[in-house]
Design a protein around this ligand. Structure first.
Ligand SMILES: [Zn+2]
Length: 260
C-alpha cells in the first residue's frame, strides 16, 4: 500500500468517525453546550497543514521499513497474523495511556496539552483541539512504538481508525442510555468517563487518561469514575472565557492548573 492510499483510507475513516460521533451527540445530548467548534476547527486545520507537511504518512513508511528490515516484535517472533491486529490495538492504546499521563505530569508537555483542556465546553470537536507542539512531540513516540512492535499497515490503519472513533465519541456532549453506558464502561471509555478528565478540579483532571480501553485507568490507579448524571465544570481556571486560536497557540508561554 502506498502512502497516498494509506492517507485516503485514513481520511475517509476520520470523517466517518466524526460523523458517527456527531450523530450520537445529536441523538443523546448531555449539557447541550454550543461548543467552541470554530476555534477547534481552525486549530485542526493548522495541525493538518503542519503535520501534513512534516510527516503525513510516516506510520505507513515506518511500518513498511520495519517489515522490509525484519525489525520489530511481530516481524521477528512467530506471532500469528490474526493476533497482530488486536495486539497492536492493545499495546498502542497502552502507549497512548502512558503518553497522556506524562502530558499531565511533565511540565513542558503540560504547557502544550493544556490547550486541549482549555476548551470551556466539551463536545465532539474538542477531540480536534490540540496545540501543534503536542502533536509534533507525540509523533516520534507513536513511530518508535510502531517500529519496536513491527506493526503491519493494516494494524496501523485499524488502530488509527478505532483510536479516532473513540476520541470523537468520548469527547461528545453525549448522555448514552444508562443500560448501554453500564455495559460499555466495563471495558471502554465512555463520554461520561472522559468528561470527568476535562474537569476544572485537579483531582479529576489527573484521572481517566485512557482513550480506547478503560482498563488501564482501573489497573494503574488513575480511575476517576464514570457518571454521566453528574454535572462537571469543564475547562481550566484563569483563562479567557472563550480562548481564541491565537490564545491557544500562545498558551504554552504560561502554565494553567486545575483547581485544588
Ligand atoms: Zn488530558
Amino acid at each position: 500500500m502506498s502512502e497516498t492510499e494509506f492517507q485516503i483510507i485514513k481520511s475517509i475513516g476520520f470523517v466517518a468517525a466524526l460523523g458517527l460521533a456527531a450523530g450520537a451527540q445529536r441523538l443523546y445530548p448531555h449539557a447541550r453546550s454550543g461548543g467552541s467548534w470554530q476555534t477547534n476547527a481552525l486549530l485542526w486545520g493548522t495541525n493538518a497543514a503542519i503535520l501534513g507537511s512534516v510527516c503525513a504518512g510516516c506510520a505507513c513508511t515506518v511500518s513498511l521499513w520495519a517489515s522490509d528490515a525484519g525489525y520489530g516484535l511481530f516481524n521477528r517472533a512467530a506471532v500469528p497474523a490474526w493476533l497482530t491486529i488486536p495486539a497492536t490495538l492493545v499495546v498502542l492504546d497502552l502507549v497512548s495511556y502512558f503518553w497522556h499521563r506524562a502530558n499531565h505530569h511533565i511540565s513542558v508537555l503540560w504547557r502544550f496539552h493544556q490547550v486541549h483542556h482549555s476548551d470551556p465546553t466539551f463536545t465532539v470537536t474538542t477531540a480536534l483541539r490540540f496545540h501543534p507542539g503536542e502533536l509534533l512531540l507525540a509523533l516520534p513516540v507513536r513511530l518508535v512504538a510502531v517500529a519496536l512492535l513491527g506493526v503491519s499497515i493494516p494494524g496501523v490503519i485499524v488502530f488509527e481508525l478505532i483510536f479516532a472513533l473513540s476520541n470523537f465519541v468520548e469527547h461528545g456532549d453525549i448522555d448514552l442510555p444508562r443500560w448501554l453506558e453500564a455495559k460499555l464502561e466495563r471495558g471502554l471509555v465512555t463520554p461520561a468517563l472522559h468528561r470527568r478528565h476535562h474537569s476544572r478540579e485537579r483531582e479529576l483532571l489527573n484521572s481517566n487518561y485512557c482513550t480506547v480501553f478503560s482498563l488501564w485507568d482501573r489497573a494503574l490507579g488513575t480511575y476517576g469514575g464514570n457518571r454521566s448524571q453528574v454535572h462537571v465544570r469543564i475547562g481550566l481556571p484563569g483563562l479567557p472565557a472563550s480562548p481564541s486560536v491565537r490564545d491557544a497557540l500562545l498558551m504554552p508561554r504560561r502554565v494553567y492548573r486545575g483547581e485544588a
